[in-house]
Design a protein around this ligand. Sequence first.
Ligand code: ADE
Length: 265
Amino acid sequence: MRIKVLSLFPGIVRGFFESSIMAKAVDRGLMSYELVDIRDFATDKHHKADDQVFGGGAGMLMLPAPLSRALEAAGSPGVRTVYVTPSGRLFNQAYARELAAEKELVIVCGRYEGIDQRVIDSYVTDEISIGDYVLSSGEVAALVIVDAIYRLVPEVISGESLNEESFGSGGEQALLEYPQYTRPADYASMRVPEVLISGHHAKIARWRLRASLEKTLAFRPELLAVSGLPDEVRKLLNEIVAEGRNHEPDTDDPGTPDALRSRGV
Ligand code: ADE
């Protein structure tokens, strides 16, 4: 996969591409990249890249002409072109998988109040937000997206690691990943759960499923609201909720047959 990132501050992005797993993927020829400094496409002597917003209001907008020239030079027409913006479609693992299937991506990082709508209309295929908060730097959001995508490119990391993690399965259902431990088994007076060193694979799998369900219920109960949970998983979930109830006798929930409802599930 080839990724081109257009930015007014490419230095923010460079370290990511030159380090760690990404650097190895580039060395192995699985990934390639180009960082484009939008300011290089400004033609005036001050390399002006932004101006005030028509209609008034605070902040500056990136100028359409230098950015359009940068997009043309990056070969954006005909290539999936992402603009990272808090007003975009919300990014998630399914979206990452979709983009990971592309051979080439162009990513535009916004600064200031963002970019001129005419540039979006002419070049951008995907306006993406990484979450409901505002960053000062589109570069950081772009890197979040790049990181989520490139690790899904075949051979960049092992398929096994992908399958076992939160949101990794590729199916509709997603549970948060269970807690994990490494040596030593005793650390700072805390012991690893015995089952994990028992060598009993079926019991370990059940412990992990239960831990995943507990964690998902605590942090992201809405993920459990999807239909199609296998019966034995739903049964386990109901057991967990019922146990939680017993530990919280003062709950004013009347205890519906599907105990999940009280947790917003
Ligand atoms: N730029 C600033 N905030 C952002 C966000 N939440 N997502 C994507 N790009 C952004």
